[in-house]
Ligand binder design. Structure first.
Ligand SMILES: Cc1cc2nc3c(=O)[nH]c(=O)nc-3n(C[C@H](O)[C@H](O)[C@H](O)COP(=O)(O)O)c2cc1C
Length: 192
């Protein structure tokens, strides 16, 4: 059996190389809030490997508030031009402060300032307020490095189930699912 994480890397790299795919690393992240309300949004996959799938965000955002330690979440890639979809389910844990610092340091300065200025998902009284915040943090860090805000970090989703979907003729799509429920990966096919 192919390791599903190896298979993911093959598909991800093929999507990256495909001229018809813009943001191959864009994925829908679905979470469930404390009252059982589901929500989805696009985030960017920033690293992946045996440890799982890592993305970064504001820790006060709706998605981050939904992600209880070891709580469930799902990721979905759709690579239109390749007729491929990957659906990943698992549990989420915070990345280390060192990893978050290292990634934050690679971000463009405007994104670093934006991370300080935005209280992501909170209500915003006016665009002008946000722009004033940006100017405030530009002035604060003028001439120096921008440190990572304490309210901005990442999460790694450790997969427990990965489905690889390929479009088939007459809607007879190919669905191959890998499940780690028994502690080791097993694979099976699903009806389309
Ligand atoms: C292409 C694309 C990439 C995005 N990447 C991220 C990201 O990596 N991290 C992030 O927090 N938000 C990202 N966003 C914004 C989110 O979709 C979302 O609007 C924001 O995180 C607030 O979501 P929430 O209120 O559900 O927490 C991205 C949006 C798009 C369209």
């Amino acid at each position: 059996m192919i390791d599903p994480l190896v298979r993911f890397v093959t598909w991800f790299d093929e999507a990256e190389a495909h001229a018809g795919i813009g943001l191959h690393e864009a994925m829908a992240l679905s979470t469930v809030g404390p009252e059982g309300r589901p929500s989805s949004r696009i985030v960017l996959l920033k690293s992946h490997g045996p440890e799982g799938f890592t993305f970064y965000t504001n820790l006060g955002s709706r998605k981050a508030r939904d992600l209880a330690p070891d709580g469930p979440a799902a990721l979905l890639f759709w690579w239109d031009a390749m007729d491929r979809q990957v659906h990943i389910e698992g549990t989420v844990s915070p990345v280390s402060a060192a990893d978050a610092d290292a990634y934050f340091a690679t971000r463009p300065r405007v994104s670093q300032i934006g991370a300080w200025a935005s209280r992501q998902s909170d209500s915003l009284s006016s665009r002008a307020d946000l722009e004033a915040k940006v100017r405030e943090f530009e002035a604060r860090y003028d001439g120096g490095d921008v440190p990572r805000p304490p309210f901005w970090s990442g999460f790694t989703l450790t997969p427990t189930r990965i489905e690889f979907w390929t479009r088939g003729d007459a809607r007879l799509h190919h669905r191959e699912v890998y499940d780690a429920a028994a502690g080791t990966w097993s694979t099976s096919l699903l009806h389309p």
